[in-house]
Ligand binder design. Structure first.
Ligand code: ADP
Length: 407
């Protein structure tokens, strides 16, 4: 997708709200527009699907100039998801999802199949949710239906305007994880607006940090922006708290996931005792019949259990997937009395554990690596600049009589 000199002057305003944005976004890339409130993020986004008509400039998708095509046709190419899901309250979940496919003339049976497929894709049971109305859903579920609706006509491009802005932080984290998982499968070209830099670094392949009038302060990968902010404005966004940012940027899959001694919920008591004796640990993780973390069992719990484990141990109340950020993991570790969190796979099955020490060591190492990388980058820049400066001083690149470049 290419945006070329895209500009919006709202009627009655003397200055543009979006001033000549130029941006190229590769197919399958997730780009985040981030910047302070009022800098023109939403206006930029809504010009892409013509909810707002550009004052000037062009938009190309897949090489085709779509600036002037019929907005209904544009819906096939561009899905749109917004804060608070934007679902129509008088329509069922199925009707909401079916909206665009119907509008562009899909057959009834194709639409029906697609609705089921979409609900499944966003992790909602089709039979259960199909006929519900939006008010009968939680905020997170509404947001999932909003994403399902945006994807229903299988558009190559997906625009998302603060889609997770209105849900609680835990649900937001889950929805972000889901979006990452979806994107692994679907490879859409996504433009995502947020004012939350942490969300931007978690989700973005690249981030465009915008200042007023959608002027691009920096457009680069999260790593590059974190280690090499272009100017004070970007630094302000990246801000202090590099360690916390790193926690957001790194995923559980990037750190060492350790083994933990496990037992099954149906194992005989004797087996469990033997296991405790043979391991150099005071604790076991009990898995349920589907191999999912169920209870933490300490030696003392077993001593007190007196023959039945039904009430022994502490229920596992939190777990993270490999796609979760280290921040999610840290939160879980901090709220667990044992100082660790179980890592689970796609179906919730146990994979391993991550503990406090692993998290601390990993973040230390990454911060050190970031500092080294930033220093190397500065050296490289200095090497590139240095010869030119020398030549300039020797007068090789300056016209006779012309003022010398400041070195
Ligand atoms: P952001 O999404 O970054 O918060 P917006 O794109 O919503 O910013 O707004 C950018 C600027 O355009 C703001 O200064 C806002 O006041 C102005 N603006 C937005 N919508 C309108 C409108 N319909 N009429 C006039 N000015 C508007």
């Amino acid at each position: 997708m290419e945006l070329e000199n895209l500009t919006k002057i709202y009627p009655g305003n003397s200055t543009p709200s979006v001033d000549s944005v130029n941006m190229e976004i590769a197919a399958g890339e997730m780009v985040i527009l981030v910047g302070p409130s009022g800098c023109g993020k939403s206006t930029t986004l809504r010009m892409i699907n013509r909810l707002i008509e550009p004052s000037s400039g062009r938009i190309r998708i897949g090489g085709e100039d779509v600036t002037d095509i019929d907005p209904v046709k544009l819906r096939r190419k561009v899905g749109y998801a917004i804060q608070s899901s934007g679902l129509f309250p008088h329509m069922t979940v199925a009707e909401n999802i079916a909206l665009v496919p119907k509008m562009i003339g899909w057959s009834k049976s194709k639409v029906k199949d697609r609705v089921e497929e979409m609900l499944d894709l966003v992790g909602l049971d089709a039979r259960e949710f199909h006929g519900r109305y939006p008010r009968q859903l939680s905020g997170g579920q509404q947001q999932r239906v909003g994403v399902a609706r945006a994807l229903a006509a299988d558009p190559p491009v997906l625009l998302m305007d603060e889609p997770f802005g209105a849900v609680d932080p835990i649900t937001r984290d889950h929805l972000q994880d889901e979006l990452i998982r979806l994107q692994h499968e679907l490879h859409k070209t996504i433009v995502f607006v947020t004012h939350d830099f942490d969300e931007a670094i978690k989700l973005g392949d690249r981030i465009a940090v915008l200042r007023e009038q959608s002027h691009i302060a920096q457009f680069d990968t999260p790593e590059a922006i974190l280690t090499n902010p272009a100017d004070d404005f970007v630094s302000g966004f990246v801000g202090a708290g590099a360690a916390l940012k790193r926690l957001n940027l790194t995923r559980v899959r990037d750190v060492e996931i350790a083994d933990f001694p496990t037992v099954g919920v149906d194992d005989p008591l004797q087996t469990i005792f033997d296991r405790l004796r043979s391991e150099s640990t005071n604790e076991l993780l009990m898995l349920d019949r589907r191999g999912r973390p169920y209870k933490w069992l300490r030696r003392g719990d077993l001593m007190r259990a007196k023959g039945s484990l039904a009430r022994a141990g502490t229920l596992v109340h939190d777990h993270v997937t490999r796609d979760a950020t280290l921040r999610d993991a840290l939160e879980a570790v901090l709220t667990d009395s044992g100082g660790r969190v179980a890592v689970t796979g796609r179906r919730g099955e146990y994979i391993g554990v991550v503990d406090m020490e692993t998290l601390m060591n990993s973040v230390h190492e990454m911060l050190e690596a970031d500092r080294l990388a930033a220093m190397e980058h500065r050296h490289e820049l200095e090497e590139i600049r240095a010869p030119q400066t020398r030549h300039a001083q020797e007068g090789l690149f300056t016209e006779p009589g012309a003022p010398k470049e400041p070195s």
